[in-house]
Design a protein around this ligand. Structure first.
Ligand code: GRF
Length: 225
């Protein structure tokens, strides 16, 4: 199966997917942990909205085709001609072109993974992608806990205020409502008394790198023909 991964930054979750997809198929010698982190799929394309995203280098090193699709030209075109009757909002055109550009490069992908994609995908993307290809997102919070940006920071501040001793992460299907699609997998992440936001973030990323592989494998297994 072919996977398309969307990134905006460092790409450590992309790296986890690359490593898992390159592991030999399950063999007797495979430990159960490594078994859990094997992804029987090819990453056919990595898309970034930022030309300087380090994740693009990770993809290039792994021999994976990349595509940089930036929002700037769409904003500039809209600024030049803001009449909405001439063109829908820039984000909608951008998202539609994102989906068309993916399908042009990877005709029928089996899965789209948002791994640190910092844009909210509009219905224009999901409609153009069509219902055939599942889209999943990794969000650093438990279902419904901290939707939206700075989820880790908000959880850490609640911990400092004595309101919680843990947060968590989830992989969910992407629907137009932000961070609210069906949950594929989630897991709690403890916040320890001596934690700083940095040590919490490190623990969160560790957990993310496992969950994103398991979440992608689960969706592929569920939709396999
Ligand atoms: C991760 O924390 C992910 O949960 C969030 O964005 C971050 C991406 O990190 N959506 P990376 O670019 O994969 O290292």
């Amino acid at each position: 199966p072919r996977i398309v991964v969307l990134i905006s930054g460092n790409g450590s979750n992309l790296q986890a997917l690359i490593d898992a997809s390159q592991r030999p198929p399950s063999s007797l010698a495979m430990t159960s942990e490594a078994e859990l982190l094997t992804l029987p799929a090819d990453i056919a394309l990595v898309v970034s909205n930022k030309s300087k995203a380090f994740g693009l280098e990770r993809a290039a090193k792994a021999g994976i085709p990349t595509w940089v699709h930036t929002l700037k030209p769409y904003r500039e075109r809209h600024a030049a001609d803001p009449d909405p009757t001439h063109a829908p909002a820039p984000r909608a055109v951008y998202d539609r072109d994102l989906a068309l550009g993916i399908l042009e490069r990877v005709p029928n992908p089996q899965l789209i993974v948002l791994a640190g994609w910092m844009h909210i995908l509009s219905p224009a993307f999901l409609d153009t992608m069509g219902a055939t290809c599942p889209v999943i997102n990794l969000h650093p919070a438990l279902p419904g806990a901290y939707d939206g940006i700075d989820a880790i920071g908000r959880a850490f501040r609640d911990f400092q205020a004595g309101k919680t001793q843990h947060t968590g992460i989830m992989v969910h299907r992407v629907i137009p409502e932000v961070d609210r699609g069906d949950v594929v997998l989630s897991c709690p992440v403890p916040i320890l008394p001596e934690d700083t936001q940095e040590t919490l973030e490190a623990r969160m990323h560790e957990a993310e790198h496992r969950l994103i592989v398991q979440g992608a494998a689960a969706v592929l297994a569920a939709t396999a023909p």
